[in-house]
Design a protein around this ligand. Sequence first.
Ligand code: FAD
Length: 400
Amino acid sequence: MRIVPTTQRRGPALDVAVVGGGMVGAAAALALSRAGFSTALLEAHPPSAWHARDEVDLRVVGLAPSSIVLLEELGVWPSIRDARACPYAHMHVWDAENGAAIDFDAADEGRDLLGYIVENNLVQWTLWQSLEAAGVQRLCPVTVKDFETRADRVVLELAEGESLAVCVLIAADGASSPLRERASIATRGRDYGQRAIVAHVTTEREHARTAWQRFLPTGPFALLPLADGRSSVVWSLPEAEARRVQSLDDAAFLNELGIASDFRLGRITAATPRAAFPLRLQLANTYQADRFVLLGDAAHTVHPLAGQGVNLGLRDVAELRDTLVAARDEGRDIAGAHVLRRYARRRRSADTLDAYGFDALARIYAWQSLPLTVARGLGMRMLDRLTPLKRRIAAHAAGL
Ligand SMILES: Cc1cc2nc3c(=O)[nH]c(=O)nc-3n(C[C@H](O)[C@H](O)[C@H](O)COP(=O)(O)OP(=O)(O)OC[C@H]3O[C@@H](n4cnc5c(N)ncnc54)[C@H](O)[C@@H]3O)c2cc1C
């Protein structure tokens, strides 16, 4: 995809510019444009085209029902679902140390499904396909180098020498967000000292549309169901261990995968090449500055054990759209500090609860002393029987 940059030096500023066209930024641009705001999306790297004949993208995500609702509102969900998405209705979580387990079943929640596993580039590409018709100005490939906040607008400077004036600047530029840094917004969190190894694998037994997650003393190991019958492995390991596992030959890798999965789906007979991603808990101290907001990984990154990163980002998108629409309908300035603060407060408090909740789980499952692992097992067994509490957890994860 090649899109020629456009410049807007004079005249009225656009309502919004979204910087970063990953899944969250592209969804934000589409949502805001559909809601009637003049919108530009600026992205440094053209998204790679998704084709059904291509190998399944190594990066997949579990989309929660709240994300599917948003993608449905944006009109892109049927294309994503029909292209290649695997619905799952069960989740089985078990503890390698004490054998305790928790089962989540969509039927217990009165739903058909818990969610869908989909490829990142399928979601991103499908969103991008809808941008032009929705009237989004796509500036790609361009890199936002700097920005200047004035009384009535923000002026973005592009590395390509162009500039663009907007009322509100929305940074969806990923975990290392250059715009967040430029806005002097600090973050807090911790490096997990872990990497998630990902690969798609063929297993002896079928995945039964179930997301399997085993907590090992070294970190969680997940097998997520793929539409073609294979499963996607997300295996979190301490750095050194991750490097060792990455350097194994194929036969040894398959064998270690089988052991890590407790052979729950039988032997693992084939695997794609692997990739690894560093894991960090990171939360921006605020999601808002003058005429500026953060969303997606630019605002928060969380441990993948709960599979919620992009789901939180898409909840940011829905909240931002609803906040800006409400402000406009009440005749208020969409760039007003009260308006942007309202979005920032709501999303940051929700994300903080989730991010530290997932962090607490990561810490609890790292306990290795016998009394603590026994206590953890008792807690899991109790939770599995406490239907109302389990329901609340499932409803929270669904984001509905
Ligand atoms: C192993 C692993 C498993 C995961 N599993 C799940 C899961 O099951 N469920 C889930 O919900 N989440 C999951 N996540 C998290 C999820 O992948 C991320 O939350 C999501 O991809 C973040 O999307 P984003 O659009 O916010 O950021 P990104 O995808 O990082 O997009 C940022 C974009 O900004 C662009 N950009 C940056 N700077 C500039 C600039 N100056 N000018 C122009 N463009 C710029 C970049 O090119 C990039 O395209 C997982 C993450 C990992 C690592």
